[in-house]
Design a protein around this ligand. Sequence first.
Ligand code: RFL
Ligand code: PHB
Length: 387
Amino acid sequence: MRTQVGIIGAGPAGLLLSHLLHLRGISSVVLEKRSRDYVERRVRAGVLEQGTVDTLVAAGVGGRLLREGLSHHGIELRYGGAGHRIPFEKLVPGRAITVYGQQEVVKDLIAARLEAGGDVRFEVEDVAVHSPGDRPYLTFGGERLDCDVIAGCDGFHGVSRPSVPPGVLRTYERDYPFAWLGILARVAPSSEELIYARTERGFALHSMRTPEISRFYLQVPPDAGEAEWPDERIWAELKARLETVPGFTLTTGEIIEKGVTPMRGFVTEPMQYGRLYLAGDAAHIVPPTGAKGLNLAVADVRVLTEALAAFFRDGSTELLDGYSGACLKRVWRAQHFSWWMTTLLHTFDSDDDYGRKLQLSYLDYVTSSDAAATTLAENYVGLPLEG
Ligand code: RFL
Ligand code: PHB
């Protein structure tokens, strides 16, 4: 078997890449180790930058997103007994975010790929990358797929990044001393906009998916297990961290999903080796406080598509050679923003009163100065995409 681009992973990065390449007349095969049902149900991100929405719409996969996505023009920062709105319409006019579940994006992309006769294979076993330096090929389940190029879109725990010879990639990492417990609940959101809450008990986030489904996150110890968090404890803690302003009541309901996510920043440089290109979480992850992971995956894939289109058009490798450099600027901006949001809103060492005072001082600044609030707003809605 052969294809132009062998893609490992049917997450947002791999599926969008396959779709955008198809629109340019470039063939690809997507190899995914999980089942279709599993990837379509995996609950993850929910906030799409304007540029992500524009990319999906321009690619013809934004129909349902435009109908069902919730357009948001602000977020609330809640701390010290008061809520403070960051108004996007005033600070970054014409730019907003859209709340639409990542698994809905994945469903839309899978449907589009299959409808166009795309080759997306699920439950593929033992994918391995061979000769990434020059004549790359993939093996899986006893088969061989020869490729001109391989795209490693297999997430943080995939096989593509470890297939690069030792010493080639440099990695940069930051671990945080806490995790997030994420909850999906069958209950109408108690707020119209997202609430990022800082309390002495830890951070909490009120997000949503639809007018009937809410999404919440709680800062928890790094080794927390789901078993330690029965539903009653979750609601009690969410109430303690969110019902901190007069007149706000959190409506509770049936919890339909929960999971613990570690908080980590990670970047690999470069994001390529020979004919292997890494995109999305395979190359970098951010703590979710800035809502950037999925959006960065989309930005990478846009750059990679342009570079591959030039390569298959006339053999030019200039854009491919510059792939990492073109992506990493945005990646590091998102790393910084995600670190900054995380540092601003989470509870760290309870003995560190100085750190606590700094946090509160910066929160006061961000919620009283348009200059500081604009910094938050323009990063949150997403800095302009190149091209
Ligand atoms: P994915 O989505 O992890 O997809 C990788 C795919 O590769 C498959 N795979 C393999 N396939 C074949 N062979 C192998 N050996 C393989 N190993 C892995 C996997 O099964 C999977 O299907 O990576 P991708 O496409 O790069 O997409 C990245 C995003 O998923 C991720 O950045 C976001 O979910 C991060 N994130 C958020 N991003 C946002 O932009 N906004 C948010 O609001 C946001 N919230 C979040 C998040 C991530 C979270 N978790 C659970 C990590 C909230 C949470 C809780
Ligand atoms: C989500 O809705 O899943 C979500 C929203 C904002 C974040 C992270 C996750 O910062």
